[in-house]
Design a binder for this molecule. Structure first.
Ligand code: SF4
Length: 248
């Protein structure tokens, strides 16, 4: 079995704990307006790689990955679910910490056993909630957030540690009321153990130019770390309010 891999990063430090081998899967069905990896979208590209080939990359630098592990990212890793499950299964057998960085869009509630098999060998999920409002989510990504929120609930029900991530984009996710609502919604997730709130940046602009694609947020200014920190505080307020409601 082979997977289509866009690229790998030997010393990743932002997608999960510790120093990690980042594996960027090729292909993504979403079209987030702020995506900085449009070169991972197409399903036909990438390099065919096997599980042993990827684990050999890990073994080459194994000494550096203490406290880290492997992160599957992309693109959307769950588009290649059988290969991803095989990779994480083999990684687990070798004692490697596995982290899944996903949009959750490929979750199939009608086939929960497939996601359950993956989560059985996943130590941490980093799940992006692009927008808490469904209609705004459709405008921002081209897809409903229904599946994504269902996947968040499923991950929690499976007992797998979960980080939620949101990017603060001016005019999209900078409304304090929506941030509060996001916090309330994720307060239901019993395995929630992290919240990453990231400022929008336009580092991907050059990739769009290289692909001859228009840059969708050409008029949108990057966000400061302070603005992202204030948004995180607001999400946390919603989360605490949600937790108080559940405890009544
Ligand atoms: S889910 Fe990720 S890779 Fe896919 S379009 Fe959105 S930001 Fe880009």
């Amino acid at each position: 079995m082979t997977g289509l891999i866009h690229s790998t990063e030997s010393f990743g430090t932002v997608d999960g704990p510790g120093i990690r081998l980042g594996i960027f899967f090729q292909g993504c069905p979403m079209r987030c307006l702020y995506c900085h990896n449009p070169d991972t979208w197409e399903t036909g590209g990438g390099t065919e790689m096997t599980v042993p080939e990827l684990l050999a990359l890990y073994d080459r630098n194994r000494a550096f990955y203490r406290g880290g592990g492997i992160t599957a990212t992309g693109g959307e890793p769950m588009m290649q679910l059988p290969f991803l499950t095989a990779l994480f299964t083999a990684a687990h057998q070798s004692g490697i910490h596995t982290c899944l960085d996903t949009s959750g869009i490929c979750f199939q509630p009608e086939h929960p056993e497939k996601a359950a098999a993956l989560l059985a060998v996943t130590d941490l999920v980093m799940l992006d909630i692009k927008h808490i409002d469904d209609s705004r989510h459709r405008e921002l990504t081209g897809h409903s957030n229904e599946n994504i929120l269902a996947f968040a609930d499923f991950i929690s029900a499976q007992g797998v540690p979960l980080w939620i991530r949101q990017v603060i984009v001016p005019g999209w996710t900078d409304d304090p009321a929506e941030q509060f609502r996001l916090g309330e919604r994720i307060s239901r997730l019993k395995t929630l153990c992290g919240l990453d709130v990231l400022p929008y940046h336009d580092f991907g602009r050059k990739k769009y130019e290289a692909l001859h694609l228009p840059y969708p947020l050409a008029d949108t200014a990057p966000v400061s770390p302070e603005t992202a920190a204030a948004a995180r505080d607001q999400i946390m307020r919603g989360l605490r309010a949600g937790l108080r409601t559940h405890s009544l």
